[in-house]
Design a protein around this ligand. Sequence first.
Ligand SMILES: C[S@@+](CC[C@H](N)C(=O)[O-])C[C@H]1O[C@@H](n2cnc3c(N)ncnc32)[C@H](O)[C@@H]1O
Length: 310
Amino acid sequence: MAALSEKEAEAYLDARPRYPMDWYKKIAAQTQDHKFAWDVGTGSGQAAIGLVEHYENVVATDINEAQLKRAVKHSRISYHHTPKNMSEDEVVALVGGENSIDLIVAAQAVHFFDLTTFYNIAKRVLRKEGGLIAIWVYNDIIISPEVDPIMKRLVDSTLPFRTPIMNLAFDSYKTLPFPFKSVGMGSEGKPVTLDIQHKLSLKGFIGFLRSWQPAMKAKEQGVELVNEDLRNKFEEAWGDENQVKDVFYKAHMIVGKIKEVKCESEQVCKDGNKDLLHQTEVGRKQERRQPSDEENRQIKKQNTSEDEAC
Ligand SMILES: C[S@@+](CC[C@H](N)C(=O)[O-])C[C@H]1O[C@@H](n2cnc3c(N)ncnc32)[C@H](O)[C@@H]1O
């Protein structure tokens, strides 16, 4: 799957929620400074526009230019394209340098990243004193007693097409490695669950399904899950097609800060930092069984084919 096309990026912008202002307020209250925030995997700026209320400068990056082109403009948000071939050093320099960022946010995005690379960069740019990293994902959407059972059947029908990346999202980030120290807003393996309220029209909802990765993945394999029959069922269940409904998404968040590593010697300290990702609770569990060569090939194939998708 390639990056979202122009049309899909347009549907994404129309249908996807921004996030509650309350979230930024609570997180910002825990960062020491409020000069620089980095919204990574910004899409069309859904989180950047909230961050700018609390941080003087927001740098927002994405690998998909179609998304960035539609990003919501603001004088204190700078958007940058970070193509796949950018080196870690280049990304670090672009977003502000070592030890410079007060808050990193990856909204609905971290499960698409190469986690080792991203966490390395995050640890370099995050301020060691008072810097935070927040990640969140939303998966379930609650619309109405008529629409929800149809949506549940659709979600169930995606099972054969799910990839490891999608499963991290479906699993509400419970199995996502997160090598940072908890600050009381979720922790590795135990995200906090929150609601996102949003208003959605029938057209917006169909647009949401159009930019919804599991359905896109099935389509790639020749199966149209969101077919005409299903659209008719949704339309009937929606009722008045002009009605804008109050819906909410179930979101799952983890916020953390850099772990302090106690060093017995400089060498032990260096090695300790390098291995931090693997020393996490989830990382340890995952290490118990190593994937076979064939599984590795499959994961690699899936990662390269969908790392830009939503
Ligand atoms: C589901 S969208 C989330 C967009 C937005 N943050 C939001 O909250 O709606 C995921 C975004 O991550 C971007 N992305 C995927 N891999 C990336 C990477 N390695 N570096 C930067 N952005 C990436 C995609 O292009 C996409 O715009």
